[in-house]
Every structure is written in structure tokens, then in C-alpha cells.
Design a protein around this ligand. Structure first.
Ligand code: PLP
Length: 430
């Protein structure tokens, strides 16, 4: 089919995620038909660096021979079988492998298929844990301002972003919101409501979708301490930060923190197939053991839970992490990236540059000295990313924050190309 035919079919029938569809219908979207390592290739054969790793999930690049081969080999065995009542080979092997890399104390994994399902599952596990141990009054949650945990109802309740979620506010359950990065705000909530609180949920170290907001050193450790003091579970949402993204396998490691429940998705399969994981401690798991009639069972599941193809991809991805010493490589390359970003800080339209590993947010504004922001109607972040396409780079902003979230295996030359494209286009704003 021609590019125009494909575009037309899209415009006729597809409703895109997080997309103002009126603008989409007036645009000429790129149609991706292939990929090669760090590049996406469109239907006209143009190549673009995948600067946001296909929405923060690609790790080793595209069409990685080892992951392709693992999926093909699994295809010759079985593509899907249910985990409701059956075990499967790749899920068992993957679970064993994951236990070797997750923070201490996490011993069980519940598989699902997206970031939002992994957080929803953690919230339900936390509430039912307290129910099962005879404290059903502990059923409320603490979240943080500017946090994002996905788009299902529980995830929107605890990670409430007015810009995205306002129409659904009447549907959402009550949550206590601490101010991000302000430990006293959390302490106050726990002082007043601790006896009713099931869990605190946090994006550890970096709040991604909120604009790459980086927590001060020691913050997560303080949160852990307060959770212990008030007997509240700690849920770490590592959906964005997990699998090497911040320069540690999991961001919790920066602060030597072990959560009670941990959510992961995105990079778990190297960015190949939908898979997510909610990890739990033995103590939490044990509270769900009992005879079926005791009502302790976790009645939750998804059709594609623990899908064998996705698990096979995840195992191959973990092999590559080891073979390429990838987490260490991210540490080394992110220092170089920090140096590349330095000149951006002098631009008139750059308000702030935030970076942790391979999570970067460059906040643009109308005038740095007066700290005046652009009129949101200009959609300046989106405009800049659109202009950056002519440099052969695909980026997607968060409002007026330009995001760099490349595949972890990206080389320095490609990183420099992304930064130069941003610098050129931000400097060109009149
Ligand atoms: N949690 C965090 C921290 C995220 O950044 C995201 C997605 O960006 C999610 C949850 C939701 O993941 P998904 O889009 O796979 O449902």
C-alpha cells in the first residue's frame, strides 16, 4: 500500500492514544513500516533516531538478533497459554531470573501486560493484604503530586494529573496527596491518617510523566522510613525507571531501598512485547495463603498474563543486559550525555535541564530570565519536536518539556545528534 493509502486508513478508523485527534486528522502522520537498531523507518524509507525509545521501552534497539531469535524459537513451541491453572516454561525461567535482580526482599512476581495493570495490581494487593491480616480499615492510599501511574481507574486515582484525568475525577477513589519532594507533607498525612492507610505509592527517584522531576538524594529513603514508622506498605512504581533507565537496574537501588511491592513494565521485554510484573515480598504473599473458602485468594488476572512469547523476549533481554554490561554502560554514557546537555542551559528559551541516567527533561520557556512560560496554546513542546523530525530524530514532549529517553544501547554519536537537533531548534525560536 502507498503511504497515502495507509494514512487514510489510519485517519478513517484509528483513535490514537493521548492524541488530540482534531489536529491529527489535519496532519500528515509518519507511517512506520520498519526499524533497524536505533532507527525507525517510515513508509517512504526515511530513517529517524528513536529518541524516546518507542515510548520509553526500547532497550537494546530494534530488530536485535538475539531477541528476534528467542521469539522465533518460542513461536515454534507455543505462542500463548493461560497462567490461570497452568504454568509455562518461559514464565518460570523469567521469574527465576528476575528474582536475581530485583531489590532484596521481593520474592514473588505477578505477571500482567502493561504499566497500568502492574500498578492496579499492586494497589489491589496492598488493600487485600490488610484485609487478609484482619485490618480492613487500612484501605486508603497516599500518592504524590505530579505522579503518574497509568490510565486505569485505580492508577488515575493515585497518580492524578489534572491535564489528563479531570473528566474522570468523579469516578476516582479518595487518595491523600503529599507534595512531591516534600517529606514533611507526607509525614503530616501519615500522622493524621496512618491508621487507615494501606500504602504509599511513589515513582522512585524520578517522576517521569510529571516532567522528569528528580527527587533530592535521600528522599526515597525517608519515605521508606516513614512507611515503616506508620506501618504502611511502600509501592515503588518502576514502570519508567526500571531496567537500567536511571543507571541502576532499578531506581530504588540508588537509595538502597527495598519496597514491599514493586511495579515494572516498559523495558522488561527490551521494548518488544507487552509484559508487566508486580513484585511482592514473601510476607505479603503469605497473607494470601488459605483455603479457597477463606476468601484470601487474589482474584485478579488478565488473559495474556505471563504470555510465553513476551517472557521469552524478556529472558533474551536480560541475557543482553549481562552480556553488554548495559547498566554500567548507561552510567558511563549518561555522564557524557550530561556534558552534551551543558550548552543547552545557556539558551534563552531553556528554563531547566533535568537528567538522571537516560531520563532527560529539557523544559523550555518564553524567557529564562523572567521565567515566563510559553502560552500552552502554542504547544511549543510539540512544535519543537515536530521541527526536530527534519533532523532525522523522533521525540515526544511532555507539555513544554522536551524528553530524551533513548534506547539504552544508543551510541554517543547518536546521542549527540539528538542533543544537537534540540539545541538547533530551541535556539531558532524567535
Ligand atoms: N507508571 C509509570 C511511572 C509510567 O511512566 C507509566 C507510563 O508512562 C505507567 C505507569 C503506565 O504504563 P502503561 O502505559 O504501560 O500502562
Amino acid at each position: 500500500m502507498t503511504t497515502n493509502e495507509l494514512r487514510q486508513l489510519d485517519k478513517d478508523h484509528i483513535w490514537h492514544p493521548f492524541t488530540p485527534m482534531k489536529l491529527w486528522l489535519e496532519s500528515d502522520p509518519l507511517v512506520i513500516t520498519a526499524a533497524d537498531a536505533m532507527h525507525l523507518i517510515d513508509s517512504d524509507g526515511n530513517r529517524y533516531l528513536d529518541g524516546v525509545s518507542s515510548l520509553w521501552c526500547n532497550v537494546h534497539g530494534h530488530r536485535v538478533p538475539e531477541i528476534d531469535a528467542a521469539i522465533r524459537s518460542q513461536l515454534d513451541k507455543v505462542a500463548h497459554s493461560t497462567m490461570l491453572g497452568l504454568a509455562n516454561e518461559p514464565a518460570s525461567i523469567l521469574a527465576g531470573r528476575l528474582m536475581k535482580i530485583v531489590p532484596n526482599g521481593l520474592t514473588k512476581v505477578f505477571f500482567s501486560d502493561s504499566g497500568a495493570t502492574s500498578t492496579e495490581i499492586a494497589f489491589k494487593m496492598a488493600a487485600q493484604y490488610w484485609f487478609n491480616v484482619g485490618q480492613p480499615q487500612k484501605c486508603e492510599f497516599v500518592g504524590f503530586s505530579d505522579a503518574y501511574h497509568g490510565d486505569t481507574v485505580g492508577a488515575m486515582s493515585i497518580g492524578r494529573m489534572p491535564a489528563f484525568h479531570q473528566p474522570y475525577f468523579p469516578l476516582l477513589f479518595k487518595v491523600h496527596f503529599a507534595k512531591n519532594n516534600q517529606i514533611d507533607s507526607l509525614r503530616q498525612i501519615l500522622k493524621e491518617h496512618g491508621s487507615r492507610i494501606a500504602a504509599i505509592c511513589i515513582e522512585p527517584v524520578v517522576q517521569g510523566a510529571g516532567g522528569m522531576l528528580i527527587q533530592p538524594p535521600g528522599f526515597l529513603r525517608e519515605v521508606r522510613k516513614l512507611a515503616d514508622e506508620y506501618q504502611v506498605l511502600l509501592i515503588a512504581d518502576e514502570v519508567a525507571t526500571g531496567f537500567g533507565r536511571t543507571g541502576r537496574m532499578f531506581a530504588c537501588e540508588h537509595e538502597q531501598v527495598s519496597p514491599d511491592l514493586m511495579c515494572a513494565a516498559k523495558g522488561i521485554t527490551g521494548g518488544y512485547l507487552p509484559l508487566a510484573a508486580t513484585f511482592a515480598t514473601q510476607k505479603i504473599f503469605d497473607a494470601f495463603l488459605g483455603q479457597p473458602w477463606e476468601g484470601k485468594t487474589f482474584y485478579h488476572g488478565h488473559t495474556y498474563t505471563g504470555n510465553p512469547l513476551a517472557c521469552a523476549a524478556a529472558i533474551a533481554s536480560l541475557d543482553l543486559f549481562e552480556k553488554n554490561d548495559l547498566v554500567r554502560q548507561v552510567q558511563i554514557k549518561s555522564e557524557k550525555l550530561a556534558a552534551m546537555l551543558e550548552p543547552l542551559k545557556n539558551l534563552k528559551h531553556v528554563l531547566d535541564v533535568r537528567q538522571k541516567g537516560f531520563m532527560v527533561g529539557i523544559e523550555v520557556c518564553e524567557n529564562r530570565s523572567s521565567r515566563r512560560l510559553f502560552d500552552p496554546k502554542l504547544r511549543m513542546g510539540a512544535q519543537i519536536c515536530q521541527r526536530i523530525r527534519k533532523h532525522g530524530v523522533i521525540l515526544r514532549p511532555l507539555g513544554d518539556v522536551i524528553v530524551i529517553m533513548p534506547p539504552l544501547a544508543i551510541g554517543l554519536e547518536d546521542l549527540q545528534k539528538i542533543v544537537t537537533a534540540i539545541k538547533t531548534e530551541v535556539a531558532a525560536i524567535s
